[in-house]
Write a protein that binds this ligand. Structure first.
Ligand code: CA
Length: 403
């Protein structure tokens, strides 16, 4: 793309708008502004122009400010609660210390466009300048009510750090990473951490690049409040009817909810089945040692479990591990007296069991030793003994509503 061609032909530079939908209202709540250039009847993206390091910043600024103007003029026609996302990389944002851009926005504010509707989608990737100054500018913009969105890409720890520092209003999560199932689990973990972080700082999660139904389901299931992607709507020159997808989204949610409820039911039913089985065995083996107890449990749960042990309520292991290896069950005595209270949810789980006097089936997680996805069934034997039974992946796989 020839930069000079574009600069000498600015009337053919114009914005495209990609709608962003909200989960709670199932309607358009925002548009992301994307730069386009029309050349010989083809509409091409200005993305490469803005990402080209060879093109001087003042050229980029000139094209950008024109796009912003054209976009915001159009945005005046939108309902007053619709947000406008503007992409800003750090170099562009810092141009002229951020002052010319702010003046442009303030002109629109005087024209009646509240700056609370502006979301700056910032990226400081590859930024060579002073990050402190950049952060300072962001905070300054915020004093005008302008919102900040940060795009998180995959697992780059840099982004976690930046999210912590900038405390954005919105975190954008790119679902392209979810396409390859090979990285699926890893992405899940990253996402889980991101959603915890988002919750902690009060940020909204926006999933972008939703291209298929299962990605929308994933976004819905993982706390996504806002959705964006070709599966919902492509970027276009015109705004769309806000309620265009209302019916379709309601239908999709209905499917997701039905599916999820079935899974939750399956987990509860399984927990009840384990409860009945384990309780009967524990009561029957009240006065015998752990070894006899485990023998009875193995008889019933040989095809279900792969590891069992008993802890006290502070997490100190009182029994050995009974572990099912390739050659059957064996005893691992060196686990006696190890402590597990530091593990996530451990104490919370103990307290809940003590309170309810019932066993619990955990969520899915990755077993550190075997690397497999498992669940743990835990059961309060009495006031100070808690039985833990790790459920094998094979069993979950055969009862796939548990996965
Ligand atoms: Ca973007």
């Amino acid at each position: 793309m020839d930069a000079l061609e574009i600069l000498s032909d600015l009337e053919n530079v114009f914005p495209y708008f990609q709608p962003i939908f909200s989960a709670d209202e199932q309607r358009v709540i925002a548009y992301e502004v994307l730069g386009r250039y029309q050349s010989d009847g083809d509409v091409i993206s200005l993305g490469p122009f803005f990402h080209d390091d060879q093109i001087p910043d003042e050229y980029k600024y000139e094209v950008d400010v024109l796009l912003v103007k054209k976009a915001l003029e159009r945005a005046m026609d939108l309902d007053e609660d619709v947000l406008v996302f503007l992409n800003r990389n750090a170099d562009l944002l810092m141009y002229g210390h951020g002052e010319p851009f702010l003046q442009e926005l303030l002109t629109f504010e005087r024209g009646g466009l509240s700056l609370k509707r502006i979301v700056l989608e910032i990226s400081d990737r590859n930024y060579q300048g002073d990050l402190d100054q950049f952060d300072h500018l962001i905070q300054y913009y915020r004093t005008y009510g302008i919102k900040i969105a940060i795009a998180s890409i995959g697992s780059e720890s840099h982004y976690f750090e930046r999210i912590g520092e900038l405390e954005p209003d919105i975190i954008k999560i790119n679902l392209q990473a979810l396409k390859s199932t090979a990285t699926g689990l890893n992405f899940n973990d990253v996402l889980f951490s991101l959603s915890l972080l988002a919750r902690k700082i009060g940020a909204t999660l926006l999933f972008e690049n939703i291209e298929m139904s299962y990605q929308l389901q994933f976004a819905w299931k993982n706390g996504g409040h806002y959705y964006q992607g070709f599966y919902l709507h492509s970027p276009a020159a015109e705004f769309i009817d806000r309620d265009l997808l209302n019916f379709r989204l309601k239908e999709k949610f209905h499917d997701f909810i039905t599916y999820e409820k079935k899974k939750l039911e399956a987990v509860l039913t399984t927990a009840e089945y384990f409860q009945a089985t384990v309780q009967e065995i524990v009561v029957r083996n009240k006065k015998v040692g752990y070894e006899t107890l485990f023998e009875s449990l193995i008889k019933e749960m040989d095809k279900i479990a792969f590891r069992m042990y008993v802890c006290d309520e502070d997490g100190f292991q009182k029994s050995a591990n009974i572990f099912k290896g390739e050659n059957g069950w064996n005893i691992q005595s060196d686990y006696i007296n190890k402590n597990w209270s530091w593990r996530p949810y451990f104490l919370e789980n103990i307290i809940k069991m003590r309170h309810d006097q019932r066993g619990r089936l955990s969520d899915l997680y990755c077993d550190i030793e075997t690397g497999e996805t498992i669940r743990t069934y835990s059961f309060p034997m009495n006031g100070n003994e808690y039985l833990f039974i790790d459920i094998a992946y094979q069993y979950l796989f055969e009862h796939d509503q548990l996965l």
